[in-house]
Every structure is written in C-alpha cells, then in structure tokens.
Design a protein around this ligand. Structure first.
Ligand SMILES: [Fe+2]
Length: 206
C-alpha cells in the first residue's frame, strides 16, 4: 500500500511538472519577480496615448527621444494595447522630486510616464538623457515595465547607451535579454536631440 501511495504521489508530481512545462514553454519562471512593477497599473490604461513626455522643457539635461515597436512573442507581429511604464534618473543621477502619493511615485522620481501601443505597436517617450547614479555603480539607464492586458506586469532589460560609461563586455554578457537587448545606439537629430530606439519583444508567460 505504502509503495503504491508513494508511486501515485510521484506520478502526480510528474504530471504537474509536465503541465507547467507545457503552460510556459520558453517562459522565465521568475518573469513576475519585479520590484515596483505595480506602477504599471497606477494609471487607467484607457486614457493612455502611444507617446508621453516625461521631462518638461524646464527639466535640466540633454533632450532624448526614445522610440520603439513592441512585438508579440513571435518577434514580428506588432503588439497593440501594451502599456509601457518608464522611469529614469535625472541629469544628476537621482530619482528626485516624485509624486508623494504612491510608493512608486516617491521612489521613481519625477521622470516617469506611461504609454499604450496602438495597432502598429509603436511607442515614444520624450524626455532627457539620464545620468548614472552618483556612485557610478551602473550605466545610465531607463527602466521599462510592461503591462499586457489581463496579465501580471514584468520588467524588460533597461535601456542603456552603447559605448557609454558602464556598458562593458561584462555588462553585455550579463544581460537577461528580457524583451530583447536593452543596449541601444544613440544618434543625434539635426536639432541636437538624442535619439534611441528600443524595440521590445513580449515575454512568454509562465
Ligand atoms: Fe535604476
């Protein structure tokens, strides 16, 4: 009896493992491990446009426009109705002067915002170029968090700028590649605005 019970437990466990594997082929088990991702749902998605301004004209720093296309997991089909929440440091490397009404507002600083993709999957953030943290422990970066309809939010690899401080071979090798690589090339428009493109491929869900 006892041996049969053990066997049944083992078979049940194997079955559960198989189900999990089928449900999340290619998915990261830790996809939803994310500090601060609750900020994605802080605003109603219905009112969001596909472009947002994070930094007003009085914000110190060099102007930066971040654009991209969000693709479905196939990497080809533009994904509509995807919320992207972005936040980044100011030109001194601080998350400063945020709204005090929510924890994310306090912790993420003033330079944050939301967009929602349309049918073409495109998004755009107009902002300033962030600076590295003052202790220079990381490259300058822009955090991106993704909200798919009816799904738990998750983060994708930070946007960082190729060739700049901290974007080393070691950094490159350590990328998680969530949503694809976050290392982007910078160019400059004739008006002197930094241009960066970060396409995002949606992650599979566990
Ligand atoms: Fe950060």
């Amino acid at each position: 009896m006892r041996r049969r019970a053990v066997l049944q437990i083992m078979l049940a466990a194997a079955g559960m493992a198989a189900c999990r594997a089928e449900g999340g082929v290619g998915a990261r088990a830790n996809l939803y491990d994310c500090e601060g991702c609750e900020a994605v749902a802080e605003r109603p998605r219905d009112g969001m446009a596909s472009a947002a301004r994070l930094a007003g004209p009085d914000e110190p720093g060099e102007r930066l426009t971040l654009t991209g296309v969000v693709y479905a997991t196939d990497g080809e089909t533009p994904a509509a109705d995807i919320v992207i929440y972005a936040h980044h440091t100011n030109s001194d490397g601080y998350y400063a002067n945020g709204e005090q009404t929510t924890e994310a507002g306090r912790r993420h600083g003033r330079l944050r915002g939301w967009v929602r993709t349309g049918a073409d999957g495109r998004y755009r953030f107009d902002t300033i170029k962030p600076a590295p943290y003052p202790d220079m422990t990381m490259p300058a970066h822009i955090h991106l968090m993704i909200g798919e309809p009816g799904r738990r939010p998750y983060y994708v690899d930070d946007v960082v700028f190729d060739g700049e401080f901290g974007v080393t071979e070691r950094y490159r090798a350590a990328q998680e590649l969530r949503g694809g690589s976050g290392i982007v090339a910078l160019s400059r428009s004739p008006q002197g605005v930094w241009l960066a493109r970060r396409d995002i491929v949606l992650e599979r869900h566990p």
